[in-house]
Design a protein around this ligand. Structure first.
Ligand SMILES: *Cc1c(COP(=O)(O)O)cnc(C)c1O
Length: 369
């Protein structure tokens, strides 16, 4: 089967390398990247991306859940893999089998991990203000105890910033960082050997590249896009991913004829429609239907008309001559001088790039170009 037969994702290797270089350059020399390859590497394809990163000397990754870690191992990815979320006690044996590092999501979870009775490597998560996962930073005694559990090797300790993308809330971020390092200081004082530390995700790196950490959990920025079009930090990142699909057929509608489910588009005059081989099951938001979104054909932007279907969408190509079946439509990416960015789509669908990307379907083939 041809990878570019119907609808596919192209990953630009040079752009990925460029982004990695830029991010490494703004961080202190001792800080390594720990790329987030969760959610199928934000839709890009976890194994493909992890293999590319391995070639760039990156051997530490984070994922959301154990199935994502196992998938990487089964596809030959070596090095450290940290699970950021919860793993059920019934799956603890798999942590050992696949050599995965588990996040300690709070103190009682540490007890459960220790009670499993076999050695496990863990990173201890500290809640410094997001109030999602992590043991409260104030609970120094509990935190100290986790280091003393005989079955747990604490190889890392981390926190997560929740408003670092918003400079107007800088004080809150500063407090989070302060509490984290205060805890480190107290643990050191109590004789605990301090493990690897990490705080920043993408916006943390962009706003606070100066932090002295061992790792940066880099996600969206590595993929070369910002979460929203607003207040983009000044780093010349390049988008790694493009989405493309074939024109399946072309139809000419007379004035008054309609197309698609619900007949939501009615031709006002003679109108040429192209049917494109991609739909919402591939992750194209259905809310781009009916003139909200566009695609690129022959370097021109053409509007999506009618409702997006599960496997197809239709565009009005009346203004662009000479399109034929088999031509390539760009759904996300660049075609000649025209571009549709992930941010554009996020803006049109009241979302963020992260969501648009991570929903891209498994039916799309993925190739590195
Ligand atoms: C997803 C995730 C990241 C990566 O976030 P980006 O904003 O995409 O860089 C980092 N840390 C944690 C805990 C995450 O869940």
């Amino acid at each position: 089967m041809s990878e570019t037969g119907r609808a596919w994702i192209e990953l630009n290797r040079n752009h990925l390398r460029h982004n990695i270089t830029l991010l490494r350059n703004i961080l202190p020399a001792k800080c390594e990247l720990m790329p987030a390859v969760k959610a199928n590497a934000y839709g890009h394809g976890a194994t493909l991306i992890a293999k590319e990163l391995n070639q760039l000397g990156i051997h530490t990754f984070c994922v959301a859940c154990i199935s994502e870690g196992i998938q990487l191992r089964e596809n030959g990815i070596t090095g450290d893999i940290l699970i950021l979320g919860y793993t059920a006690p019934s799956d603890f044996p798999l942590l050992s089998t696949y050599h995965l590092m588990q996040t300690v999501v709070d103190f009682s979870y540490a007890k459960q991990l220790n009670a499993y009775g076999k050695p496990l490597k863990v990173h201890l998560k500290i809640d410094t203000g997001m109030h999602r996962l992590g043991e409260w930073y104030q609970h120094t005694d509990n935190i100290r105890h986790v280091f003393l559990y005989k079955n747990l090797t604490v190889t890392g300790m981390y926190t997560h910033l929740c408003v670092v993308d918003d400079p107007s809330k800088k004080e809150y971020t500063d407090q989070q960082i302060y509490h984290f390092y205060e805890l480190v200081r107290k643990l050191k004082h109590a004789g605990i050997a301090i493990p690897k530390l990490h705080i920043q995700s993408s916006y943390g790196v962009l706003q606070r590249p100066d932090l002295q950490c061992d790792y940066a959990r880099i996600g969206i920025a590595m993929y070369g896009v910002f979460s929203t079009a607003l207040a983009q930090p000044m780093l010349a990142l390049r988008p790694v991913l493009s989405v493309k699909a074939r024109v399946e057929t072309i139809k000419t509608l007379s004035a008054g004829e309609s197309t698609g489910y619900g007949l939501h588009f009615t031709a006002q005059r003679k109108t040429v429609i192209a049917v494109i081989a991609i739909g919402y099951a591939d992750g194209i938001p259905r809310s781009l239907s009916c003139n909200v979104g566009s695609v690129l054909l022959h370097g021109k932007k053409v509007p999506i008309v009618g409702r997006i279907c599960m496997d197809q969408l239709t565009v009005d190509i009346t203004a662009v001559p000479n399109i034929s079946a088999g031509d390539i439509a760009t759904i996300i990416g660049q075609d000649h001088n025209a571009e549709i960015s992930v941010c554009d789509i996020a803006g049109q669908t009241a979302s963020i790039s992260n969501e648009v990307l991570s929903r891209l379907g498994t039916r799309l083939t993925r190739l590195v170009v």
